[in-house]
Design a protein around this ligand. Structure first.
Ligand code: HEM
Length: 508
């Protein structure tokens, strides 16, 4: 009898739970459906039929929807509904709140490789990791990294010198290598430039897995892991993840061995030491050793997260910066002139002089406005929200925040396609909405690596511009952009590099 009552109680409780969840899901979808948006087709396609084209046409369609339905619109397919926002007011409500910090289903596909590291985790796990990792970006550490930026820049310049007789160079591959070498050395203390067999396998796997994620992102049905399981690509991904994890695990284990030895004979500031320069991994190992706040798996998650988030993003920004500088000779001349004044002949700025390159900084800000490396981010609302347009959205609603479209809003940035670094003069930013410019996101889940990225990009541009005059090949109009996790151009990014010594007038 007791068993029967217990069974029925459980059935009723489970039933109530299911009904409650379904009702909530129904309300989420109902409210999203009230938003304006493209016309619906059928249950299977919802209103996202036009997205099933090439990545390039998808990119264009999403831009058009952003214009047609500003400031907010909805997409839906089957039981999934997404609110898309492009206006600074809703960006502020979501990004500034500690209630809306959970990432959406889109990020789940990264779990196989990154687990739930800083980028993909939420709640107390995310808070704890953020606390451990924030000191990795202390300026004492960043200034040590600048040496690595210069070393890798020299390598890049050597490669460009060998290729510069050609009518143009597609910079994407070379710059990606530069960025991967740089983050490998700073996050793990591993030099990929030496091209060991394992390092090469690891680098190849990173490039290949990036392609797989792009493929999956464009096929929403594969975002469901059970459906993806039936795709041959699932098994390719498993193999790549094994290569990536094996490598990281080995690097962490080696470092841990050395770390113990170093700690015994090291001074207080071992983390900043020139010789050991392994700040990110060292901090994680310290946390493991001192208070057990992170374990081996957690350390691997974070190292993998930095490798992922810290290379493709900076690489994209550097490529678009080279292209835009090439397209604007007046801007190029001004940057070189500023380098001349601030660096007084040196091609290797230090932490202080990098901060003084104010015009270069404005140029980079403008590059990231026009070509934000991360064109959109996605969240799940942690509590109900009323949007700028007066719509009510329920907790649990999936939100896509389109940084790319926010940055091209003509009401905020008149003549938005124009490359104009002076938009970032202090007097021109004064009246701009605080959330109108968010290439690194904003609020509690902003990019932890933004200072690192700005220093790295400035350093590499100084090194390249000291050696070459850039001439335009691709222009913003000639690029075919496509939707991926990072903003990419289908045909690469082509620039002509002319050695400066052949161009005496603009010599530094
Ligand atoms: C131009 C370069 C970069 C851009 C434009 C950029 C942009 C962003 C954006 C938009 C986010 C928010 C992602 C989201 O909410 O889903 C983010 C987060 C993050 N970025 Fe970056 N990033 C750059 C470079 C870097 C670098 C160099 C590193 C590491 C060294 C890095 C590490 C991270 C991490 C770990 C997060 C997650 C932070 C958290 O959730 O607490 N990023 N980045």
């Amino acid at each position: 009898m007791i068993l029967l009552v217990l069974t029925w109680t459980i059935i009723v409780l489970v039933g109530l739970f299911v009904v409650k969840s379904l009702t909530h899901q129904f309300l989420i979808i109902k409210n999203v459906h009230r938003l304006p948006g493209p016309p619906s087709q059928n249950l299977l396609n919802g209103n996202i039929g036009p997205l099933y084209g090439s990545p390039e046409s998808l990119f264009k369609t999403v831009r058009q929807w952003g214009l047609d339905y500003y400031p907010i619109y909805q997409n839906w397919v089957a039981h999934v509904a997404v609110a898309n926002i492009m206006n600074p007011y809703d960006f502020e409500t979501i990004l500034s709140s500690s209630k809306h910090i959970s990432k959406s289903q889109v990020y789940d596909m990264l779990h196989g490789w990154l687990g739930t590291g800083l980028l993909t985790s939420t709640g107390s796990k995310w808070q704890n990791r953020r606390k451990i990792l924030t000191p990795s970006f202390h300026f004492n550490i960043l200034q040590e990294f600048i040496k690595i930026f210069h070393e890798e820049t020299e390598r890049l310049v050597e490669v460009l010198k060998k290729e510069c007789d050609k009518p143009f160079i597609d910079v994407t591959g070379y710059v990606s290598d530069f960025a991967l070498n740089t983050i490998g050395e700073t996050a793990m203390g591993t030099s990929f430039s030496e091209e060991t067999a394992n390092g090469k396998r690891y680098k190849d796997a990173i490039h290949q897995i990036g392609n797989l994620y792009s493929y999956r992102l464009l096929r929403p049905w594969f975002l469901n892991k059970y459906v993806y399981f039936f795709s041959p690509r699932y098994y390719t991904e498993r193999k790549l993840v094994n290569v990536l994890h094996e490598f990281t695990t080995e690097v962490v284990a080696k470092r841990e061995k050395n770390f113990k030895a170093i700690k015994q004979d090291a001074s207080e500031d071992f983390v900043y030491s020139k010789r050991k320069r392994l700040a990110m991994l060292d901090l994680l190992l310290t946390a493991k050793k001192e208070d057990g706040s992170i374990d081996d798996e957690g350390i691997r998650e974070e190292v993998d997260t930095f490798m992922f988030e810290g290379h493709d993003t900076t690489s994209a920004a550097i490529c678009y910066a080279l292209m835009l500088i090439a397209c604007h000779p007046d801007v190029q001349e001004r940057i070189v002139e500023e380098m001349h004044q601030v660096l007084a002949g040196s091609t290797k700025p230090d932490y202080r002089t990098l901060q003084e390159l104010k015009y270069l900084e404005r140029c980079l800000k403008e590059v990231l406005r026009l070509f934000p490396s991360v064109p959109f981010i996605a969240r799940v609302l942690g509590e109900d929200m009323t949007t700028y347009s007066g719509h009510h959205l329920k907790a649990g609603t999936m939100i896509h925040l389109h940084i790319y479209d926010l940055h091209r809003n003509p009401d905020i940035y008149p003549d938005p396609e124009k490359f104009d670094p002076d938009r970032f003069l202090p007097e021109n930013c004064q009246n701009r909405h605080n959330f109108a410019y968010v290439p690194f996101s904003a609020g509690p889940r902003n990019c932890i690596g933004q200072k690192f990225a700005m220093l790295e990009i400035k350093a590499v541009l100084c090194g390249v511009l000291a050696e070459f005059v850039l001439e335009p090949v691709d222009t913003p109009e000639s690029l075919e952009l496509k939707t991926e996790l990072v903003l990419r151009s289908s045909g690469g990014v082509r620039v002509k590099f002319v050695p400066r010594k052949r161009n005496r007038q603009s010599d530094i």
